[in-house]
Design a protein around this ligand. Structure first.
Ligand code: NAD
Ligand code: UFG
Length: 338
């Protein structure tokens, strides 16, 4: 079965292609390469021994999408394509809404024209804003504090509205917590094009000597050690969640529109992550405590039980594997795919 994977050359998309191939699906990657490299796909082919069809294209290009849907018999779409840097979204809101929201609407319109009715969408725990308590369940209220999160909430709403009009569509809204780690081969991983915004690539950049020292954004949060707590999830576990979500479309007990958290249910602080990475890499991680980063929250972790109940998915990899695999990728590829 062919699966159109928009943004499939990116970090989560490339890992998902491996899991799709292993499960017998045939991923067709559609990506404009704005934040990725085809080398990732070459490596996916090396890992799996299978071929991937790659189409360079933009999800805002309806003609290109119509062409893909008419040339290939597509069973479902997994929609990763999007811009994801929170800070950049505050500076460039129009670019974010154009790429993420206009791109998604162009994609959904092309799906509708071509009778493609199954879609899995990459949403984010950012839609919970600053949660009143943890762990977070799917029925918590949603809110946003930045255009990136705003784009995710709008796209979720558009898909919910599409479902009202087309109840035969199958729509999965997957809310990812904090994806980290890399494939255990060390061949693919996260490759930020600029100075990393996120914690894990920053820590591994310091460990490999590319970056001087980590700034820890605040140690005065109401958490055990004062630093921010997040639900880090291994990208391979996350990738497997997409295969489960696809398979659940065939399960008549699952609603045609569903929303699930993909997280581990465990929270780790910044200092705990630094310690775990030191152990995995054998390197010292220099850091300094600085002021809080605007928009950050103290603590965020999932209640992942609904994903287990509904789509039979749960995370299996712990913090040690997350750090070991990140380090294998980072130390074998200090310059990423370059
Ligand atoms: P990524 O940047 O590595 O992958 C996104 C891919 O989409 C890239 O290959 C990029 O080239 C492509 N792309 C962007 N705009 C496009 C467009 N207009 N047309 C075609 N391709 C386009 O990011 P990722 O970490 O793999 O994230 C994948 C998805 O998951 C994104 O939608 C992101 O918002 C979401 N998400 C990510 C995180 C995270 O922390 N990594 C957390 C929650 C949700
Ligand atoms: N942090 C630092 N120093 C850094 C980077 C991060 O101390 O250099 C801290 C943050 O303050 C936070 C924690 O590390 O406490 C995690 O920060 P990340 O930037 O790695 O992740 P966020 O939780 O802020 O956000 C990420 C993605 C969002 C997504 C969200 C939930 O960037 O897009 O996870 O999925 F919405």
């Amino acid at each position: 079965m062919n699966i159109l994977v928009t943004g499939g050359a990116g970090y989560i998309g490339s890992h998902t292609c491996i899991e799709l191939l292993d499960a017998g699906f045939n991923p067709i990657v559609f990506d404009n390469l704005s934040n990725s490299s085809t080398i990732a796909l070459d490596r996916v082919e090396e890992i799996t021994g299978k071929k991937i069809t790659f189409i360079r294209g933009d999800v805002r290009d309806s003609e290109a999408l119509d062409q893909v849907f008419s040339q290939h018999d597509i069973y479902a779409v997994i929609h990763f394509a999007g811009l994801k840097a929170v800070g950049e979204s505050v500076e460039k809101p129009i670019m974010y809404y154009d790429n993420n929201v206009s791109g998604s609407i162009t994609l959904f319109a092309s799906m509708e024209r071509n009778n493609i009715t199954r879609i899995i969408f990459s949403s984010s725990a950012t839609v919970y804003g600053d949660p009143a308590s943890v762990p977070i369940t799917e029925n918590f209220p949603t809110s946003t504090t930045n255009p990136y999160g705003g784009s995710k909430l709008i796209i979720e709403d558009v898909l919910k509205n599409i479902y009202v009009a087309h109840q035969d569509w199958n729509i999965a809204l997957l809310r990812y917590f904090n994806p980290v780690g890399a494939h255990e081969s060390g061949l693919i991983g996260e490759d930020p094009s600029d100075i990393p915004n996120n914690l894990m690539p920053y820590i591994s950049g310091v460990a490999v000597g590319k970056l001087d020292k980590l700034s820890i954004f605040g140690d005065d949060y109401p958490t055990a050690d004062g630093t921010g707590v997040r639900d880090y999830i291994h990208v391979v576990d996350l990738a497997k969640g997409h295969v489960k979500a696809l398979q659940a479309f065939e399960n008549k007990a699952v609603d045609n529109l569903y929303t699930v958290n993909l997280g581990t249910g465990k929270g780790y602080s910044v200092l705990e992550m630094v310690e775990a990475f030191k152990k995995a890499s054998g390197k010292d991680i220099a850091y300094q405590i600085t002021s809080r980063r605007a928009g950050d929250i103290a603590c965020c972790y999932a209640d992942p039980s609904y994903a287990k109940e509904l789509i039979d998915w749960e995370a299996t990899k712990g913090i040690q594997a997350m750090c070991d695999d990140t380090w294998r990728w980072q130390s074998n590829n200090p310059l990423g795919y370059k």
